[in-house]
Design a protein around this ligand. Structure first.
Ligand SMILES: Nc1ncnc2c1ncn2[C@@H]1O[C@H](COP(=O)(O)OP(=O)(O)OP(=O)(O)O)[C@@H](O)[C@H]1O
Length: 302
């Protein structure tokens, strides 16, 4: 049974529908990416789900509690631009957030310690937030969203504004969290969606234009391109690569090879088997262009 169902959600500002008849469900334990270009309605959708703004039309229900109109207790929310009290330490901030969420002081301290551990900020718990890096602040923001042990974690662009180190820290944390939480996060970065999500909701101009698991969406699209590099170029490499069943095109650019394949999972397996068997010195295996990118571009251009 789904954790949450959103049906026919619509938000209109002055007769303009910025979210228009959006329906989807979120299954327990899944990590879902709400993907879309700037202005497509991601933040508006998330804010409706988190209970900060009311839909103009449509309905949101948590299956745990179909009758309640106020489901804010079920949701932990990290806004796109979180605001911190920079003079506080990370731990003080979490205790403060815990008390705002109606935990007793003792419970808030206990929860703050657990979460600092979880988001890997234990060492810097006494440091002022003003001294934190962007990635550390986002991890603290995620900890704050988790303070009341919500059923659903909603993260608005959690990694988009970070440098590569901060982004990596946040994506690693999300990968940890998704082991036992349900996460809905927005992003306009395709790699982030591909890296951590199980499912995608693709939003454009306020409407969902595609939805499904990564695998389903990839199989709708026909191709993926893989980039390979080797230290020593094996003999007849191009011909050997073409022999791999799932590879239907091989091109070369300088010292890199580009393989066009239908199914990334199968191709990866077959290719790595050959690499291992032949003892090729593979130095790079990169998904150079994904079907999600194709899908995104086609959908958005439409
Ligand atoms: N309070 C508001 N009043 C009027 N228009 C609004 C309001 N909030 C959002 N909008 C408009 O709704 C559209 C969708 O905005 P939203 O912030 O949901 O998009 P987004 O996909 O999150 O974009 P981004 O990736 O840039 O954050 C935008 O055109 C925005 O200007």
């Amino acid at each position: 049974m789904a954790l949450l169902e959103a049906s026919h959600l619509t938000k209109t500002y002055k007769d303009i529908s910025v979210v228009n008849d959006v329906s989807f469900s979120l299954e327990h334990g899944k990590c879902v990416a709400l993907l879309g270009p700037n202005g497509s309605g991601k933040t508006t959708t998330l804010r409706m789900l988190a209970g900060f703004i009311k839909p103009t039309d449509g309905n949101i229900s948590f299956n745990e509690d179909r009758l309640s109109k106020d489901f804010r207790n079920y949701v932990g929310y990290l806004p796109q631009f979180p605001v911190f009290h920079n003079w506080m330490s990370g731990k003080e901030f979490l205790i403060y957030a815990g008390q705002l969420a109606h935990l007793s002081k003792t419970e808030a301290i206990k929860r703050a310690d657990e979460l600092l551990d979880l988001v890997n900020l234990k060492e810097v718990r006494k440091l002022r937030i003003s001294k934190y890096s962007g990635g550390m602040k986002q991890r603290l923001g995620i900890a704050q969203a988790l303070i009341h042990a919500p059923k659903l974690i909603i993260l608005d662009e959690p990694a988009s504004a970070l440098d590569p180190i901060g982004r990596r820290e946040v994506l690693n944390l999300m990968r940890e969290l998704k082991k036992d939480a349900t996460i809905l996060f927005s992003t306009h970065i395709l790699n982030d969606a591909e890296e951590v999500s199980d499912e995608i909701l693709l939003l454009n101009e306020g409407k969902i234009i595609e939805q499904g698991s990564m695998h389903e969406l990839e199989s709708v699209q026909s191709t993926v391109t893989i980039k390979l590099s080797f230290t020593d170029e094996p003999k007849f490499i191009e011909d050997r690569l073409k022999e791999i069943e799932s590879v239907f095109k091989v091109t070369r650019e300088n010292n890199d090879y580009f393989l066009t394949v239908h199914d990334l999972q199968i191709a990866r397996k077959q290719l790595l088997e050959v690499v291992h068997r032949e003892n090729w010195q593979l130095t790079r295996f990169e998904v150079a262009k994904t079907s999600l990118e194709d899908l995104f571009m086609k959908a958005v251009k439409k």
